[in-house]
Design a protein around this ligand. Structure first.
Ligand code: DMJ
Length: 704
């Protein structure tokens, strides 16, 4: 095992922003009124000049164009270090093992090793997953070489049983995106400049071949696919008799973007039809209050785990409802998003508006105090769908978690405000949301977060042979794993955050990034009702029997008043209510900002929480449900990444549920008892010296 060493010895650390007036014009007025008469005259002249040529987008005092260019270059260097290490040490295997500098493919000695075999099928995964990043880096030569390597090395005629969802989002998505960019006559994308004159649709042929190998999985009575399929032999047993029916809503419901694109590019409509049937099968099984669960039996359509939320097992179902609408323009997907959004706001969003929790899908009752890191994708989708205030709010606690831990813990206990699983397997979700929020608001706050992330990833996870997943954010221990999504998503989104003028944000077509970060586009359908089975779809209106009020605040009511101006009027960093998000992530409240008596926020959020809301008040049942839920989430997360082996995971589940029981009495008497532990000590990895010459001065406040 190589010790953690970096090829970039002194990675710059951003000094957090001071809090000057919120834009440059205000800053100039501020200078003017604090200056002498002579100074005022000079300032007035300057003001007139600047007003004439002022471009607010370029106005940041801390993130000048030059600084963004430097950070973009650093992000590109980071991506190239990851991809280069893979190419030198692991290609044509699926993934790189960064500590041992070995390669990882399908585990043939242990076919039941789902953590590896669900994702890796010996089909050159990291190459295909990375393909469309080259055009985003404006690297035409790199793209051409990668396309040639795909054609030479990738085949799906392999003895591998893989997960339908994983192979779809990583391989099918990667191939389709590469095809759209490489086609000499680009079919739909407005992105130009990467066409390859010699290219003859080879990636689309590979994608079509893969699609046909996945189709057997959909042969279930419900149309919801089995979770896994063998790429050569199809299903286990005749008609899939030996297959487990257990699958999850995200796995079954988020194949849409790739399958729609495959159908529209090949003219073979069976793929779109299959994915659509699966998506609406899940949707039609939603509860009376409009929530879907996370585990379902594909044969019977019975929910096996009726917990709802936005995290593991469900996440990309909502993402694909929204993005299928953006991709196709078809209203049926927008309706699913709209109804899901309403139900999530009513039952899943916490009363304070910051966290989205796990609740019982039938009653809306809180089910678990744990929030997983996958949930951090949600602010990005909220941004895309126009709820900027909701997005900024949902992003805030994750931002403070990152500040506190130097990464995003896999699981956070929102009641005790402690990390419940301290791994950070280099996931992209928070970075992706942060990128969308920056694009939408141009608020430097989001750039400052991206800069922190860039430094933390380099300082904490960069090794000679790539980047290693973090096993424990507190100890800094690393794991011999570099998931393909680090080059497909994590570092791509980080780069794009600093490349705000990228043509990939300036498209005049309805392109979307898939859940694996692959850019896809198709023509919008001229007709709104393309399929016969539309009538079968049920859009909900809650039945009278479930009209009992859920134990949450009834409506999302942001405070728009003089004390608290509209969120776009000032940087998120300066919002008073952000203090609450900071507290939620485990920091202590700052008294002078707290102002509970003025009603800006209370420790319970915007409204008092009813008794039934507090899971710890009734923790006899809560702790057993929690243990069950905990093991469910861990099994899902394990598929994606760095989750401890089963023995460690179960002892962890036991310790968490017993510590929860132990804390129940105290917590029931006072919700604030969770804050009795002091604020986390300053993280040691923050002490690296700045490298960028024009780092702004250091601000202690954000270093707590
Ligand atoms: C990626 O494969 C995708 O982002 C997926 O939607 C969720 N899991 C990983 C990243 O965490």
């Amino acid at each position: 095992m190589g010790a953690q060493s970096t090829a970039l010895p002194s990675v710059p650390v951003r000094a957090p922003l001071p809090t000057p007036p919120s834009d440059s014009r205000k800053a100039l007025f501020w200078v003017m009124y604090t200056a002498s008469d002579h100074g005022r005259l000079v300032s007035l002249a300057l003001l007139a000049l600047i007003a004439a040529f002022f471009d607010p987008a370029q106005a940041s005092p801390f993130y000048s164009t030059q600084r963004k260019t430097e950070l973009r270059a650093m992000a590109e260097d980071t991506w190239r270090h990851a991809y280069g290490a893979y190419k030198r040490n692991a290609f044509p295997a699926d993934e790189l093992l960064p500590l041992s500098c070995q390669r990882q493919g399908h585990d043939r000695r242990n076919p039941d090793n789902a953590g590896v075999n669900d994702v890796m099928g010996d089909y050159v995964l990291t190459l295909v997953d990375s393909l469309d990043t080259f055009p985003m880096l404006n690297d035409r030569a790199g793209f051409e070489q990668a396309i040639r390597e795909v054609i030479q090395h990738v085949s799906f005629d392999v003895d591998s049983r893989v997960q339908v969802f994983e192979v779809t989002i990583r391989m099918l998505g990667g191939l389709l995106s590469g095809h759209l960019l490489a086609s000499p006559t680009p079919p739909y994308s407005s992105i130009r400049g990467f066409e390859l004159s010699w290219y003859e649709g080879e990636l689309l042929q590979l994608a079509h071949d893969l699609g046909k190998r996945l189709v057997p999985a959909f042969q279930t009575p419900t149309g919801i696919p089995f979770a896994r399929v063998h790429l050569q032999r199809g299903l286990k047993g005749k008609g899939g008799k030996a297959e487990s029916g257990e699958t999850c809503s995200a796995g079954a419901g988020s194949l849409l973007l790739e399958f729609i694109t495959l159908s529209r590019l090949t003219g073979d409509l069976s793929f779109e039809a299959a994915a659509k049937k699966a998506f609406f099968a899940i949707w039609n099984l939603k509860s009376d209050i409009g929530l879907i669960g996370n585990t379902i039996d594909a044969r019977t359509g019975a929910w096996m785990h009726g917990v709802s939320g936005i995290g593991a097992g469900i996440d990309s179902f909502f993402e694909y409802a929204a993005k299928a609408y953006l991709l196709t323009g078809e209203e049926q997907y927008l309706r699913v998003w709209d109804e899901s959004y309403a139900a999530l706001q009513r039952y899943v969003r916490a009363p304070d508006g910051f966290w989205y929790r796990n609740v019982n899908m039938h009653t809306g009752q809180l089910n678990s105090v744990l929030v997983d890191s996958l949930s951090a994708f949600f602010p990005g989708v909220l941004t895309l769908m126009g709820d900027l205030e909701g997005a900024a709010r949902a992003h805030a606690p994750f931002a403070f978690l990152w500040k506190r831990f130097g990464g995003l813990p896999e699981l956070f206990d929102t009641h005790r405000r402690v990390g419940a699983h301290l791994g950070y397997p280099l996931r992209p979700e928070f970075i992706e949301s942060n990128m969308y929020l920056y694009q939408a608001t141009k608020d430097d706050y989001y750039l400052s977060i991206a800069e922190d992330i860039l430094h933390d990833i380099n300082n904490r996870t960069r090794v000679d042979c790539g980047f290693a997943a973090v096993l424990n954010l507190e100890t800094g221990e690393l794991e011999d794993k570099m998931p393909s999504f680090i080059t497909a998503e994590t570092l791509k989104y980080l780069y794009l955050t600093f490349a705000e003028d990228s043509p990939f944000f300036r498209m005049d077509d309805a392109s979307v990034f898939t859940t694996e970060g692959h850019i896809l586009s198709v023509p919008h359908s001229p007709r709104p009702v393309p399929f016969k089975n539309r009538k079968k779809r049920v859009f909900s209106s809650p039945s009278p029997s479930t009209k009992a009020p859920a134990p949450t605040c009834a409506a999302h009511q942001p405070l728009y008043d003089q004390r608290y101006r509209h969120f776009l009027a000032l940087s998120a960093e300066n919002r008073a209510d952000w203090e609450h998000a900071r507290w939620l992530a485990g920091f202590e409240a700052e008294d002078e900002v707290k102002e509970t008596e003025e009603g800006r926020w209370s420790e319970n959020g915007w409204c008092e929480v009813t008794r039934g809301e507090d899971p710890v008040a009734s923790s006899n049942t809560a702790s057993s449900t929690l243990a069950l839920f905990q093991s469910f989430i861990l099994s899902h997360l394990r598929t994606y990444s760095a989750i401890p082996p089963p023995a460690a995971a179960s002892s962890f589940a036991i310790s968490l549920s017993s510590s929860l029981s132990a804390s129940s009495t105290a917590a029931a008497s006072s919700r604030t008892s969770a804050s009795s532990s002091s604020s986390p000590p300053p993280p040691p990895w923050r002490s690296a010296p700045p490298l960028l010459p024009n780092s702004p001065p250091h601000n202690e406040k954000t270093e707590t």
